[in-house]
Design a protein around this ligand. Sequence first.
Ligand SMILES: [Zn+2]
Length: 428
Amino acid sequence: MSHSIIASSNPIKVSKHNLCPICGKHDWCFSSVSSYSFSEGPNEDFVFVCCRRVIESQIQGEDGGFYIYDRTSSKGVHIYEDVMQRAHRYERMGIDDKVKSPTDYKVKVPKKKTILCENNVKEVDLIDKVYRALFDALVLEDYHKDYLRSEKWDEQLIEASMFRSLPPSGYDVYKIIQKKKSGTTLSDFEEMSLSLKNRSRKQIAQELFLKFGDLEGIPGFYLNHSNFNNSNYWDFSGKQGILMPMFNVEGKIFGLRIKLDDGGTYKWISSYYEKPIKESETEIVYDNPMKKGSKTSASVSYRFTDYQSPFLFVTEGEKKQNVVLIKKGIPCANVPGVESFRTMLSDLDALKERGIRYIIIGYDADKSSNTLVLRAELNLIQALLEGGFEIFIAEWSEVYGKGVDDVLLSGNDITYESLEQYLDKFDC
Ligand SMILES: [Zn+2]
């Protein structure tokens, strides 16, 4: 019995109205149809679901259907088909699969997800007050200043950024002290961590708790437990690093980002995550191990100049944002993660009220080789045009650096292109 694929259709992309049946998301995945001819009987079309996120041997999809994994393409796409279709296709192809009838497929049914915790974030006015008090209570340690200076930051920039140092957690300090007691030589970093200017997180959190009466629902803060005297105390989450304020369009601090000392990655400060605490055949129960903790939803952060400006620069990253604000004197939006620009759309009216008319897009120079960044940028442009803004694109030679901050801090400057000039470079 012979067969061959005679045609394959163009892939049908998933959308908000047509979610990927495997992962349930509305982007990145697609489906395709292949026409097969067989030596006996008519030709037939078969649908393949192509997911880029999930790899499972069998899965009940978000649409309730049952799918079986077929293969992963050379481009990393995981290809699935409906179990009934698979059985039928194999039968027609004469493949003597061990599993002949769909009823023999052991279908993976997702477990019921029970979440005991809630992310009860407080209103932004209170969050802003607590964070400002937290920033007043913290300093930027010398080793962080040295790092920023090594990145060509001057004192004015360091001061204006409002960056602070998040001290090591109580547990991390405890571990270092235990290590020292045992006679093990400490690393330079560990040694330094014991002689910082900032007070402990516990001391600062206690002070803020007394000042505000409660810290529940302020992302980062949570109620920790001490086994020594079996009591609870307020604490702050996360590993040590540079703490950076994120401002909403009204200039209120709504969240914090951190550049971790360990590894240098950037993260949102959060004291909320859903941890599986109990699992049975049919159910997984989650709870937040950080009591009374919460998390910030990823949003765009704005910094404005003292005087009204019709320009708003848009880039990705806290450091770039501060460099553009201080060195160019242009208000700057920081879009943390290319997909979070969507949150900017709800701010467009407020931006117009602030007198913003022109938006300058200034993502990294590697955008043209990074399709994800490029696509986000084009989506943003589309939305901003519909919002009535005029768009310019910041351009610079990659010789000066990847990001706009590299360019400005090396004493070079950027140029501006109109949207038409920019789009001419792409087939769109
Ligand atoms: Zn998918």
